[in-house]
Design a protein around this ligand. Structure first.
Ligand code: UDP
Length: 410
């Protein structure tokens, strides 16, 4: 029988759920893990999230909330490690985790791993502990390679992902598209994949009065187009830049780019030089990484938030913007087709051309008061993505997998 209070070992080896968001490797997946763990803890389950110590200042245990904590394990040097270097330390990670578990007399009912590196560790633990292993990929190496933007993913990753697909007990995908990609590129059996969308923190992401938000951030006068995310070539910020000159000529439009720390500097420099060649450098503000607690001000100050990505697994930023009542213009990536309702809370561009992004942005900027929906209605369009709804769906998956495993064992 499935226990009412599940003991969950969550694995997030390469990216820390309490790390700096908007930096090179820390974005939506970390938010997902942190928010899901908090919600599961509130529901009475207990969640330990295991990650690598990324900073010498990291405490070994960080409480996230009721029944949920992050456990930092010392694996390799405490500094940023390239993912392939980290790969060589995964056996250490599995052993340290097992030592910690034994030393603290912990038992888990299931493993929930995130990303292929954690999946590798989870594959070993599932055998040692004889418990089900549920995995989420967040991004897929083979799909990134098929898109061909940014660094190529090594064949090693694709091979390990394929093994994980066949050996884990269940895969949770964020969208039907991800499910199809898993079937197409990895031969995954569709009946082993469940689709559960991502969530948004509706208490944090609320609208703030636009003028107050703008004054606070020092933005005045012009219309504001916002980008929020890791500054990575796959995010398509270059396409958004290319969409700007048309808008710029029409009226004063400021593009605010939130995200990107020192490690993203090469990409920031590439974008800065693109802004110069497009003569939009005076209309672009690089705000750097911003703490999530401050982001409602940015979303509320903006007239439109743009998700110009070449690839997203879901796209949390769109949910956050909509929760703050700000419409979204997006390419057809990740979960956007289920989130953005054409002409109601934003626009999905028909192809990914900068000119079409510009048309959609312009139609929202030209007459903000004539928007099809009010800020309240825009927020209401994402209320079904509350973390409590999403966590309930995830628990239903855990329960189903535990039930199947118990039936097999009897
Ligand atoms: N984010 C943040 N500060 C920043 C940039 C991004 O807190 O400076 C957060 C943002 O709120 C969102 C996440 O990082 O929750 C990005 O998630 P998304 O799914 O949009 O992109 P991913 O990082 O998964 O590619």
């Amino acid at each position: 029988m499935t226990p009412d209070r599940l003991r969950i070992a969550m694995l997030s080896v390469h990216s820390c759920p309490v790390g700096k968001l908007g930096s090179k490797d820390t974005g939506g997946m970390s938010v997902y893990i942190r928010e899901l763990a908090r919600e599961l803890g509130r529901m009475g389950h207990s969640v330990d999230i295991y990650t690598r110590a990324h900073d010498p200042a990291d405490d070994q245990i960080v409480e996230l909330g009721e029944n949920a904590r992050v456990i930092h394990l010392q694996v390799g040097d405490v500094e940023r490690m390239h993912k392939l270097v980290l790969y060589a330390h995964l056996a250490d990670m599995a052993c340290s985790l097992e030592n910690f578990r034994k030393g603290n007399n912990l038992q888990y009912d299931l493993i929930h791993s995130h990303y292929w590196l954690s999946g590798w560790v989870g594959r070993h633990l599932q055998g040692w502990w004889d418990v089900p292993h549920i995995t989420m990929f967040h991004t897929l190496g083979a799909v990134k390679n098929a898109i061909g933007i940014g660094e190529d993913e090594p064949e090693l990753r694709v091979v390990r992902e394929r093994e994980l697909v066949s050996e884990c007990h269940r895969i949770i995908a964020a969208t039907e598209k991800e499910k199809e990609d898993l079937a197409r590129y990895y031969g995954a059996a569709r009946e082993r994949i469940s689709v559960v969308p991502c969530g948004v923190n509706l208490s944090l992401f609320r609208s703030v009065d636009k003028e107050t938000a703008r004054r606070h951030l020092g933005f005045n006068g012009s219309s504001i187009v916002l980008f929020v995310g890791r500054v990575d070539p796959l995010k398509g910020i270059d396409r958004l830049f290319m969409a700007m000159p048309g808008l710029d000529r029409e009226r004063g439009v400021r593009l605010v780019v939130v995200g990107g720390d020192d490690e993203c500097q090469p990409e920031v420099e590439r974008l800065q030089s693109l802004s110069q060649s497009l003569s939009i450098q005076d209309s672009v503000t690089f705000a750097g990484t911003v703490r999530q607690e401050e982001l409602p001000l940015y979303y509320s100050a903006a007239d439109v938030c743009v998700v110009p990505s070449y690839y997203e697994t879901f796209g949390l930023v769109a949910l956050e913007s909509l929760a703050c009542g700000t419409p979204v213009v997006t390419t057809r990536v990740g979960g956007m087709e289920s989130v953005v309702l054409q002409g109601q809370n934003g626009y999905l561009v028909s192809d990914n051309a900068p000119a079409h992004l510009a048309d959609s942005i312009a139609s929202l900027l030209s007459n903000p008061d004539a928007r099809a929906q009010s800020a309240e209605a825009i927020r209401a369009s994402v209320s079904r993505f509350s973390w409590s709804n999403i966590a309930n769906k995830i628990v239903a998956e855990y329960t189903a997998v535990l039930g199947t495993q118990a039936a097999k064992a009897s």
